[in-house]
Ligand binder design. Structure first.
Ligand code: ADP
Ligand code: MG
Ligand code: ZN
Length: 484
């Protein structure tokens, strides 16, 4: 390996609160522009911000879940810069006193391998408005402030990621935790989770980090992977020729799959941070902290472990089932109705997921109860797996339960010897030559006989009974042939 890649991610997650960070304006989107605004979030002179308590709850929740220290006394800071989407001329953020520090999360590298990635800090800040540039190219831009002052958490990783795959695994894990905790919907496509990627290279064995470039605002997992790969190549080319990587901010051009220089890197002093004099210092009491601690739900890691231990699932299946909380909840709801961990997992991860590709999430077309009942029918021998897939297909477009569908469509297995017996006899009569071959030792003819009956019954013959009947009828014929 010529160079080792060093990656640190800064992720912005939009919090799932009803109102904004410092005013009562609603947080909702796809509404008419500039509808959810007021003098406070527009930064008009003379107004005073009031901190939204729910934001602190969510920040603490994420901090506890990622094993951070929660700072008990902190101040908000003003980060000063000018841009048209920032009406106050400064952003209220946290600088030297972030609410959470020094945690980690564990990423899954496949094949049972995990790695701990340190979290440097998590701080609270407000979002900016949105610029809408004229699409015809006219020199006109509009500003929508609905998003202005919506609460964000910025989650800053330590530079401990080494590959694009690790970076994606980190983002997947972080997204899972944000959703499990109800902190954020974290849908990258909707801009609820955005990522800045810091990348540098160094020679293997070198302990100091190289100079990094920071790629701003990448908005999909795939683009994160592509941006890192491109940046690795670009920096390697520079270093190989004895050049120096410039510390700068870059943009990822997704159409071309390359990163482009945007501006030289700003330093903290460029922002002239100072404590916001309009906000009182934030103090978190023991009771507050404990109240949030009590509200924590089981996280993906713990749930995955439990699925492996209690349900006997493979680590692979348990990972797939627990990545998204909705899927894990669905799984457990189905098991509560019919406790068959492996078979329910197979159906959920197979047929159901194939039909559940909702926009940005898990949107199952069949409720846990019906899936569980379907599995119970298979295990009870009422239907075969093949017929079950047919029943499942019908459930997708109807509200009927699987048992009703089986009855209505006449799909139940034929497990009555008085029905199957005569069919077997008739078949063997008409297949005298094949019966002879079977009796002469060509035992694989058995599959042929089974197939014929299955075809005749539309797959409904009970396989166990059918095999038994065939074997008996054939051996009877064998005996009489010998006696002749
Ligand atoms: P800033 O906010 O100015 O970008 P930070 O110190 O907050 O700076 O660091 C931002 C991110 O950059 C962190 O995720 C950190 O892990 C990462 N980082 C720092 N140094 C390097 C480096 N040499 N190579 C790659 N990532 C780095
Ligand atoms: Mg940065
Ligand atoms: Zn407002």
């Amino acid at each position: 390996m010529e160079f080792e890649t060093v990656i640190g991610l800064e992720v912005h997650a939009q919090l799932k609160t009803r109102s904004k960070l410092f005013c009562g304006c609603a947080v909702r989107f796809a509404e008419e522009p500039n509808r959810d605004v007021c003098p406070v979030c527009l930064g008009l002179p003379g107004v005073l911000p009031v901190l939204n308590r729910a934001v602190i709850d969510l920040a603490i929740r994420l901090g506890l879940a990622t094993r951070c220290d929660i700072r008990r006394k902190s101040r908000f800071a003003r980060k000063n810069y000018f841009y048209p989407d920032l009406p106050k001329g400064y952003q209220i953020s946290q600088f030297s006193q972030p609410i959470c520090e020094g945690g980690f999360l564990e990423i899954d590298l496949g094949e049972g391998q995990t790695k701990r990635i340190g979290i440097e800090r998590i701080h609270i800040e407000e979002d900016a408005g949105k610029l809408l540039h004229d699409e015809t190219g006219a020199p006109l831009s509009r500003i929508d402030f609905n998003r202005g002052s919506v609460p964000l958490l910025e989650i800053v990783s330590r530079p401990e990621l080494r590959t694009a795959e690790e970076a994606k695994a980190y983002l997947r894990r972080l997204r899972g935790i944000l959703r499990y905790l109800g902190v954020s919907d974290a849908d990258m496509e909707k801009g609820q989770m955005r990522c800045d990627i810091n990348v540098s290279l160094r020679r293997p064995g070198q302990s100091a980090f190289g100079t990094r470039a920071e790629i701003k605002n990448v908005n999909s997992f795939r683009f994160v992977g592509l941006a890192i790969l491109h940046e690795e190549k670009r920096q390697a080319r520079i270093l190989r020729h004895g050049g120096q990587v410039v510390q700068e901010t870059r943009l990822f051009d997704s159409a071309r799959g390359i990163t482009l220089s945007m501006r030289s890197k700003e330093e903290a002093h460029d922002y002239r941070y100072f404590p916001d004099p309009d906000l009182v210092p934030l103090e978190i009491s023991d009771e507050w902290l404990e109240r949030v601690r009590d509200s924590l739900v089981e996280l993906p890691d713990a749930r995955k472990k439990r699925f492996v231990e209690e349900m006997g699932l493979s680590a692979y299946d348990a990972e797939l089932l627990t990545r998204e909380r909705d899927i894990a909840d669905y799984y457990e709801a189905a098991l509560a109705i019919h406790r068959s961990p492996k078979m329910v997992a197979n159906w959920l991860l197979g047929e159901l997921l194939r039909e559940s590709k909702g926009e940005g999430g898990f949107d199952p077309p069949v409720e846990p109860r019906r899936l569980a009942e379907l599995v119970a029918l298979i295990e009870g021998g009422l239907i075969s797996g093949k017929i079950a897939r047919k029943v499942f297909g019908i459930m997708l477009t109807s509200d009927l339960g699987p048992r009703r569908i089986v009855e209505k469509e006449g799909l139940s297995a034929i497990a009555d010897p008085n029905k199957l017996g005569p069919m077997v006899e008739e078949l063997l009569e008409s297949e005298a030559r094949n019966v002879e071959q079977y009796l002469a030792g060509k035992t694989r003819m058995m599959g042929f006989f089974v197939g014929r009956i299955m075809k005749e019954t539309g797959g409904r013959a009970d396989p166990k009974l059918l095999n038994e009947l065939l074997r008996k009828a054939l051996s009877r014929r064998g005996d009489s042939a010998q006696g002749r």
